[in-house]
Design a protein around this ligand. Structure first.
Ligand code: GLP
Length: 244
């Protein structure tokens, strides 16, 4: 779906998430959301916060699982996805801290693999993701599933692509400060969500959006795997959709 503006599009996406949260609330069920970081979802989170404050949207039944986190990364570091999520969403709504799951970037050595397996299992224990919000990187990554990621991949450690590190460099004040690795949910983790919405804004996403939507399914552009999902929508603005 191509919108005139990312603002208008973000509001529509936030409304879909709010409807889902409210529906689950009425059913007395938890609402399990897979969440993304980056600039793309910021306006969606802003709108959800507004709905919490002005339209009594409650997050009391919401369980969140974030896609990824840099490795190594301290929670309180301004570049951490932990910090991002608290700044843009969690600090402003009534979600219980124990319902927030963000991959832990402070882990080292042998602790990491069991942690990733447990992250995966925890999502399953909640009955899977009801909704997964995604952005897309210039390499075609979703989460941090870089080119080469396998269709069956689960939550794991990944080595970041050079292009991804170049794109992250400004916020880290130089590429040398960008971590080389990350923990990311896998392609299968994402694909198992019952609903997926990918956000793409601006002309600089036009090429990768075209490859993702119209290209062959390939591990070289991991987002192309989404073509196989039965309930996935790409929500774009005119810029990102301009080459389709
Ligand atoms: C990072 C994140 C991705 C995100 C991508 C695009 O690499 N790990 O989840 O989709 O950036 O970011 P932006 O939305 O700022 O373009």
């Amino acid at each position: 779906v191509i919108f005139e503006s990312s603002n208008q599009a973000s509001i529509i996406v936030a409304q879909e998430i709010a409807r889902l949260i409210r529906k689950k609330q009425l059913q007395g069920l938890p609402c399990v959301l897979g969440l993304a970081t980056g600039s793309s979802p910021i306006r969606v989170y802003e709108e959800l916060v507004r709905m919490h404050k002005e339209e009594s949207l409650s997050f009391s039944n919401v369980i969140t699982f974030n896609l990824d986190e840099y490795l190594p990364m301290e929670k309180n570091n301004r570049q951490s996805y932990w910090y991002f999520m608290h700044e843009h969403l969690f600090n402003h709504v009534d979600i219980a801290p124990e319902n927030i799951n963000i991959p832990d970037g402070t882990l080292i050595g042998d602790d990491i693999i069991p942690y990733c397996l447990n992250y995966e299992q925890k999502i399953k224990d909640y009955g899977g993701l009801d909704f997964q919000l995604l952005g897309i990187g210039r390499t075609g990554h979703i989460g941090f599933n870089e080119p080469g990621s396998h269709y069956n991949s689960g939550t794991r450690v990944i080595t970041l692509d050079h292009i991804t590190r170049v794109d992250a460099a400004p916020s880290f004040l130089g590429i040398d400060n960008v971590p080389r690795r990350a923990i990311t949910m896998g392609i299968s983790t994402v694909q198992n969500a019952r609903r997926i919405v990918l956000l793409g804004w601006g002309q600089n996403k036009a090429d990768i959006i075209k490859k993702t939507v119209e290209g062959d399914i390939s591990s070289e552009v991991p987002a192309t795997y989404l073509q196989r999902h039965h309930n996935c929508t790409f929500v774009l603005d005119n810029g990102a959709g301009s080459k389709l």
